[in-house]
Ligand binder design. Structure first.
Ligand SMILES: Cc1cn([C@H]2C[C@H](O)[C@@H](COP(=O)(O)OP(=O)(O)O[C@H]3O[C@@H](C)[C@H](O)[C@@H](O)[C@H]3O)O2)c(=O)[nH]c1=O
Length: 374
């Protein structure tokens, strides 16, 4: 669908996997929509390599510093479509080359390059006001468009593969085999846990022990997972009811399987949060923790949008559990309660998922926006 031949995506990794995770998912979407050449410029290529061992086959992955030097050389050519992510600030040499390319194109009456800043996801109201707003470079004649992902029609939407539903459908008959391949019990209810070290996994461990069912617990790699695994070992020493499984770090293209195979989840950050919603998985969100407590604002904003989908009997229960989990105040009984009511969240989550799908895909919206500017 695209008239853009080349794209440069700039990705700085603050920490963890979400920055590269979102940028790479965007890159894959753009490739599937017909963008031919992608340069993926990142200060942490090793994070990308973990998420996408095949990245080099699909894009040219370039370390940030060497690219900044490359951009200073005569004859350097910026892409037609340029995507800064999360306000990561492009090398000055690149902005200058881009401004030159733009000026030349305009002088020759040709299509100028298009420049986005793709920002973080939030359900807060201000996002609608800030989305799709153009700003100027402080020094150069170089406009840039601020694009925000989001949950409403007045935002850019979410990254959603065209074949998302088909992939899920073709996975589901093999769900038990997948669980068995992870050494989880194929017949047991399954909880997936991917959270931060600040989150109080003690409540999870004790709540699982209180549940009247034995559970599989798929524990993602990381410090919080190490702690949960240790706690579950102690609990199992007293009863051996919980099947704790450390999952390997799966390539991003396989990450959804963990969600599809689960009955409930603890997810985090931005990308796994979106994927859980697309999967219709009952979850508690470990919002990325920040010192200014913006994580609580983000959670409340999302709950304000989602909770009205729930029947009255569940609405406050889900909101309170979500907030208590984020604030480290959830009791073991509260978590056991979540495990019990999680299946009842499914119909509302399915309705929410349909709404998200109907809003269309962020990458497609970006391409349409850039093309409409021509
Ligand atoms: C556990 C696992 C995750 N993943 C992927 C899924 C996601 O793309 C990525 C995790 O990203 P997230 O869910 O966003 O969580 P995250 O916590 O890793 O990412 C972040 O959150 C952002 C909001 C912050 O800005 C970032 O700085 C960063 O901290 O890792 C795999 O591909 N395989 C795996 O096995």
């Amino acid at each position: 669908m695209t008239q853009f031949e080349s794209t440069d995506i700039f990705c700085r990794v603050i920490d963890n996997f979400g920055d590269a995770g979102v940028c790479w998912r965007l890159a894959r979407r753009l490739l599937s929509l017909g963008v031919k050449r992608i340069r993926f410029i990142t200060d942490h290529p090793e994070v990308l390599a973990k998420l996408a061992p095949d990245a080099e086959k699909l894009a040219r992955v370039v370390p940030w510093d060497s690219f900044a030097l490359e951009a200073q050389k005569p004859g350097f050519e910026p892409a037609d479509l340029v995507i800064e992510t999360f306000g990561c600030r492009l090398p000055e040499s690149y902005d200058e080359a881009l401004a030159r390319k733009r000026a030349l194109a305009i002088a020759a009456d040709q299509r100028p390059p298009f420049y986005f800043n793709l920002d973080y996801l939030s359900a807060e109201d201000w996002v609608e006001e800030s989305h799709n707003i153009s700003g100027l470079h402080p020094r150069l004649d170089l406009p840039k468009l601020w694009f925000f992902p989001g949950f409403t029609d007045r935002t850019g939407g979410l990254l959603i593969e065209d074949d998302y539903e088909a992939e899920k459908e073709s996975f589901m008959p093999g769900k038990k085999d997948f669980l068995a391949s992870l050494h989880a019990g194929p017949e047991l209810p399954t909880l997936f846990v991917f959270c931060y070290p600040v989150n109080r996994v003690e409540a999870l461990a004790k709540g699982l022990a209180l549940s009247d069912k034995p559970w599989n617990v798929l524990i993602a790699p990381g410090e919080a997972g190490d702690k949960l695994e240790g706690l579950l070992k102690t609990i199992n020493a007293r009863g051996d009811r919980i099947r704790a499984v450390r999952t390997p770090f799966l390539p991003q293209t396989e990450f959804d399987r963990l969600l599809w195979a689960s009955d409930a989840g603890i997810i985090r950050g931005e990308d796994s949060f979106v994927r859980a919603q697309l999967a219709g998985l009952p979850f508690l969100w470990s919002t990325y923790p920040t010192e200014d407590h913006a994580h609580r604002v983000k959670l409340d904003a999302w709950l304000d949008r989602f909770v009205p989908e729930l029947p009255a009997s569940l609405a406050e229960r889900y909101r309170a559990t979500s907030v208590e989990w984020l604030e480290g105040a959830l009791s073991p009984e509260g978590f056991r309660d979540f495990l019990e009511f999680a299946p009842m969240l499914r119909p509302a989550l399915a309705q929410w998922q349909r709404k998200l799908l109907s809003r269309g895909d962020l990458a497609r919206h970006m391409l349409e926006r850039a093309q409409n500017a021509l």
